[in-house]
Design a protein around this ligand. Sequence first.
Ligand SMILES: *Cc1c(COP(=O)(O)O)cnc(C)c1O
Length: 231
Amino acid sequence: MDTFEQNLKQTKQKIHLAATKSGRNPDDIKLVAVTKNVPPQKIQEAVDKGINLLGENRVQEAATKVNIISGCVNWHLIGHLQTNKVKHAIEMFSMIQSLDSMKLALEIDRRAKKINKYVDVLVQINIGRETSKYGIDPDETEDFIKKVANCKNIRVQGLMAIAPFKENPEDVRPYFSMMYGIFSKIKKNDIPNVEMKYLSMGMTHDFQVAIEEGSNMVRIGTGLFGQRSKI
Ligand SMILES: *Cc1c(COP(=O)(O)O)cnc(C)c1O
């Protein structure tokens, strides 16, 4: 077994443990392999070993990889999207996890209409209200989603969040729990054209806690590919 296989095996074991610990089915947790700064040949190896969901932060970087990776994979955009890159992004990604403003929603909707496409998105919530992070204020989530629901070519599929960094992942549990609260409330309200299917939270450092608190999509980079080097 090479390093990637070992990492993948361990990651899956941890997902399994966290899911069963919280009474959930491990198969319901989606694993997004985050490939920022990972060279194409390493990504291809991962895909050959069963990874089917890839996450990239930047449109530009993804563009250099999407066409050379072969196999049955979907790409998700997990980083901030500038409106001038929307046209390119909606052709490349099967989901935009980082919808963080109405301006962006309107541009995605407009571009999607032009090519007759429905774009799946997650709404990014700035759960720690950090000035360094993008995302909708937790208190404004529902109002924001109701507005996005009017964009006919956008399909809201859930929420995404990056928790504040804490040395001890236990300290981020309250943020994940708050996210689950917002997610459940919106789900219960059954907003037309909105499906609360995915709660994307948890990264290498904190994904087990995230799953225990209700995440069903984790985004893992370092834990699978090792420490990132700049390319
Ligand atoms: C980089 C990144 C990840 C993965 O981070 P790791 O700590 O390497 O697992 C997940 N989500 C987002 C939005 C990221 O930018």
